[in-house]
Design a protein around this ligand. Structure first.
Ligand code: ADP
Ligand code: MG
Length: 256
């Protein structure tokens, strides 16, 4: 066999499964939905320094529903914001969908976030002067979907979350659960591959909280979306594929 044939043989063997290594083990940063390594975060205000994250390593496979749990002040929001590219860590790397976001310019990062990430903020964050439909439409507009198509898609998204009948109402005329459904519809706009949610049930009663999470997880599973949810809510555990616990800025085993 010539040398080039031998290489071809080895290449094909790998492709065809002969001693095929598990790709997750070789290049996790390329194959994971979310890969974070050595994440450290120090907040500085004046002379005060506060170390909020002390070296976090986290791998989340594509299509997985991952919870981040831990006591208040343990660093959950900080970590989620870093994973979403909203905050830049003091040290460490984050890869999303095989791309290192911690290396991107501001412009590249905002485009990447627009195209691939849906974020559900704590406390809904809806525009009070816009109707439910307009809130979702605006998110579609930002993702480059405009005009009549955006209007149509916004109604489709609202009916996916069971809110078609409330599309023309302002946030002040919606209940907490309904507002959170609008926030989910908005996060689903443009069909992102990753959805992140910071305490999505914190402002909801238990019935609405459960319904909202069930819906989010069901939509995510249908779309093969990777979902990261920060929560205190033990009822959400039942929907998760994986749970990571944080305490004092570190990952700890089990439930602290
Ligand atoms: P969690 O979401 O788990 O409650 P956070 O990530 O919000 O925790 O905060 C982790 C720690 O970092 C807390 O002690 C908080 O006070 C501190 N922290 C968060 N944001 C800032 C900031 N902008 N400046 C200084 N300290 C901060
Ligand atoms: Mg928080």
């Amino acid at each position: 066999m010539t040398i080039s044939k031998q290489f071809e043989f080895i290449g094909n063997s790998i492709i065809n499964g002969w001693s095929r290594p598990n790709p997750i083990n070789i290049y996790p940063e390329k194959s994971c939905g979310i890969f974070a390594e050595g994440i450290e975060m120090t907040y500085q205000s004046g002379k005060e320094r506060f170390v909020a994250l002390k070296g976090i390593d986290l791998q989340i496979s594509k299509g997985v529903i991952q919870l981040l749990m831990g006591p208040s002040g343990s660093g959950k929001t900080t970590l989620l914001s870093i994973l979403a590219g909203i905050l830049t860590p003091t040290n460490g790397k984050v890869h999303l969908l095989g791309k290192e976001i911690t290396k991107m310019s501001r412009k590249q990062l905002s485009r990447f976030r627009r195209d691939h990430i849906g974020f559900i903020f704590q406390g809904f964050n809806l525009f009070p002067a816009l109707t439910a439909a307009e809130n979702v439409e605006l998110a579609l507009n930002i993702k480059g979907i405009k005009g009549k198509i955006a209007r149509q898609q916004s109604l489709e998204l609202l009916s996916q979350v069971g809110l078609a009948a409330k599309a023309q109402l302002l946030p002040r005329d919606l209940s907490g659960g309904q507002k959170q459904r609008v926030a989910i519809a908005r996060a689903l706009a443009g069909n992102p591959q990753i959805i992140m949610a910071d305490e999505p049930t914190a402002d909801l009663d238990s019935h609405n909280g459960q319904a909202v999470i069930e819906l989010l997880c069901q939509l995510a599973k249908e779309g093969g979306t990777t979902v990261v949810i920060v929560t205190h809510d033990p009822r959400i555990k039942a929907f998760a594929d994986n749970i990571t616990f944080l305490e004092d800025g570190e990952i700890v085993p089990g439930d602290p």
